[in-house]
Design a protein around this ligand. Structure first.
Ligand SMILES: Cc1ncc(COP(=O)(O)O)c(C=O)c1O
Length: 487
């Protein structure tokens, strides 16, 4: 019988009881949300303040009072022309921004390592998509988007109406947004930056420059990912007239719930007030603690921590060091084994594992004790685990494999409208997929609808599965069958 907390938790089948039991454990969160399950920013009892737009309160879809003021204060803090509160996460911000920036059937130049919301916007608005491949770093994670590639793609596809870049990535890699904005604007089109993982950049010089300061036209940030705010909270900033604000509003109206939660909006307001009043000081303490942790990890012999110093400006323009990337190095472990070991033996919950590394997300709400526990666990694993000096190169899951772009057969929306047949994954080579297959997290597609299945892709998918990574997207939960366009 397993002798750990998961056994106990599995026994309770009610959500509240299971959540409470988990909250009572010593599991430490190196994952979102950024408040790290601390209640430093206390709110009244959730039930007592859970309202929508009753008398005396404002309507998020037609703000005239307190919500209008709160959004204006947010715009002031981030130095944006205008800012919108989002209660459906960055997801609805990305959907709205892309929908507003392009007419139906327009052409979107987007980084391939974009969140699925960008692909969904392409589907809903029947867009043609052209992809920018991120470069690859020595550490084996996907790097930044080279500005020269943006320039080249815009020359090659002059019909492009908008550029969409994810920066920072889930791994904290930042692209040269200023250079990309200059190139994009020289073509007279807007740049949207998915900065879902970078809402904290504004509050410390130790982090990369925020996209709003680098000329992006629309920036979307999840407050819940890196700041002390409740899950689902995010902001959309509009910073130029290259995208019509009235269109952004129209699409926010469509994609956001008509019953926005005041609990979430109060959490956003409180978070921003806290960041404005105490953010600088708290960030200074946090970044100092983080630097100390990085320094200590230099003593690790086999595990390797991502260090921006080993990158070139071309493959990693900048990095957000609050995302701690721990490579299995020469331990002989896979990323998933390292992740499981940290969870089961040390009660440290990571944000995610990939083929050869795990990601620990830190935030200004982390406690010194948490970072100490992380280092102690890494030090222990570094000394204790089985080691191999030789990796089997055939079995390594590399970033290049994950971000290969299968050949397009048709657009996402066209594929979605076709008659389909259900094939075994193995027999799907050469067929046009009608489904997504993505690694979750972070939800970036290995294949998107309209793309042609290949043997190489199937090899990557089976490697991901062998390494215990979560492959999702197919209707068939066992990942054995795929819907393809009927020939
Ligand atoms: C890069 C990126 N963009 C957007 C999102 C969506 O953010 P949200 O969960 O706030 O909807 C995510 C979610 O993980 C993400 O990783």
């Amino acid at each position: 019988m397993p002798n750990n907390i998961f056994y106990t938790l599995q026994k309770s089948s009610y959500l509240d009881q299971k959540l409470q039991a988990y909250a009572d454990t010593d599991y430490y969160p190196f994952h979102m949300p950024g408040h790290k399950r601390t209640d430093k920013l206390m709110l009244p009892s959730p039930y007592s303040i859970d309202i929508t737009e009753i008398d005396g309160f404002d309507n998020l879809h037609h703000p005239e009072g307190i919500l209008k003021e709160a959004q204006m204060r947010a715009a002031d803090i981030f130095n944006a022309n205008s800012t919108f509160y989002l209660v459906n996460g960055s997801t609805c911000g990305i959907l709205s921004a892309i929908s507003a920036a392009l007419p139906r059937g327009g052409t979107l130049l987007m980084s391939r390592n974009s969140h699925k919301a960008a692909y969904h916007a392409a589907y809903l608005r029947e867009l043609e998509t052209i992809y920018l491949l991120p470069s690859v770093t020595e550490f084996g994670i996907s790097g930044s988007i080279p500005p020269a590639h943006v320039a080249q793609a815009l020359e090659e596809f002059p019909q492009t109406g908008c550029v969409f870049i994810t920066s920072p990535t889930y791994d904290g890699v930042v692209s040269d947004i200023q250079a990309i904005a200059n190139i994009t604007h020289a073509h007279g089109i807007p740049l949207i930056v998915d900065e879902a993982h970078g809402a904290h950049f504004m509050f410390s010089e130790k982090f990369p420059a925020p996209a709003l300061r680098c000329g992006a036209d629309i920036v979307i940030q999840s407050l819940h990912k890196t700041l002390p705010c409740l899950t689902q909270t995010a902001l959309l900033h509009v910073n130029s007239k290259r995208v019509e604000e009235s269109l952004v509003k129209r699409f926010l109206d469509i994609y956001q719930t008509s019953s926005p939660s005041y609990l979430l909006m109060a959490s956003m307001e409180k978070c921003l007030r806290f960041m404005q009043e105490e953010g600088l000081g708290q960030m200074a303490e946090f970044t100092q603690m983080l630097s100390h942790l990085y320094k200590k990890t230099e003593s690790l012999r086999r595990l390797k921590i991502f260090d921006k110093a080993s990158c070139t400006p071309e493959n990693c323009f900048d990095h957000d060091f609050s995302k701690i990337l721990i490579s299995v190095g020469t331990t002989g472990l896979t990323g998933k084994e390292l992740y499981d070991s940290l969870l089961q033996t040390y009660h440290l919950q990571m944000e995610m594992s990939s083929g050869h590394y795990v990601t620990a997300l830190s935030s200004l709400m982390d406690r010194e004790n948490g970072l100490k526990r992380l280092f102690a666990a890494l030090d222990d694993i570094d000394h204790k685990n089985r080691f191999s000096d030789l990796d089997n190169p055939d079995q390594l899951l590399t970033t290049e494999m994950i971000y290969q772009i299968p050949k397009p057969g048709m657009s996402i929306s066209m594929a979605m409208e076709q008659h389909t047949e259900l094939l075994s994954l193995k027999a799907s080579t050469g067929h046009v997929s009608q489904e997504y297959i993505y690694l979750y997290p972070p939800g970036i597609p290995l294949v998107a609808p309209g793309e042609i299945m290949t043997g190489k892709l199937l090899h990557t998918i089976s490697l991901c599965q062998e390494q215990g990574l979560s492959v999702e997207g197919l209707e068939d939960m066992e990942n054995k069958k795929i819907k393809v366009v009927k020939m």
